[in-house]
Write a new protein. Structure first.
Length: 177
């Protein structure tokens, strides 16, 4: 794939004028990751927007669960302590043509999930500050892009909420939360 046409395979960049895509691409880098490599972690400062060229990335959040543990010794001595167990829960899988790391464009500028490659993955990395500069110079392009970004964020939030409600309903056998 030619670098000039690289962004055209991402729906978020469709209908954006070629001269604006060229300006954005001059700052872009192609990065390659092996399976199980981490691109970014939840809570890290976000500087880049990423688009998957090929491969797959899983987005996960860390859940901390506290469990009461008891030690019984000689029937008269009972000791208890609370143990915290950390567990990664995959909340989404991102495929070629999709973006991730949108937190770089939104305040407070910190990633809200951990992004780990589930297979060898090639991505295009775009510095958020350079994207914002293009959008400031070309407000119509910025408006179109940010509108599409808002739709992506909304869809991912709905997907995550649906999964959460399904999990709670199954775990606690409830019909009302």
């Amino acid at each position: 794939m030619f670098k000039q046409d690289l962004l055209k395979c991402f729906p978020i960049f469709q209908d954006i004028p070629q001269e604006h895509l060229s300006e954005i691409l001059q700052w872009g880098k192609i990065l390659e990751f092996d399976s199980n490599e981490t691109i970014f972690q939840n809570g890290e400062d976000a500087f880049d927007l990423y688009g998957i060229v090929d491969g797959e990335v899983e987005l996960s959040i860390m859940v901390k669960d506290k469990i009461l543990k008891t030690d019984i010794q000689y029937e008269k001595s009972i000791q208890t302590h609370i143990e915290t167990i950390e567990k990664d829960i995959i909340v989404d899988s991102i495929a070629p043509g999709e973006i991730l790391g949108w937190s770089a464009l939104i305040e407070p500028g910190q990633y809200t999930t951990t992004a780990r490659c589930s297979k060898s993955t090639r991505i295009v990395s775009l510095p958020a500050d350079k994207l914002k500069a293009v959008f400031i110079k070309n407000p119509q392009t910025g408006y179109v892009f940010m509108g599409r970004l808002a739709m992506i964020i909304s869809q991912r939030l709905k997907h995550r909420t649906d999964k959460l409600i399904e999990s709670w309903s199954q775990a606690f056998d409830v019909v009302r939360i």
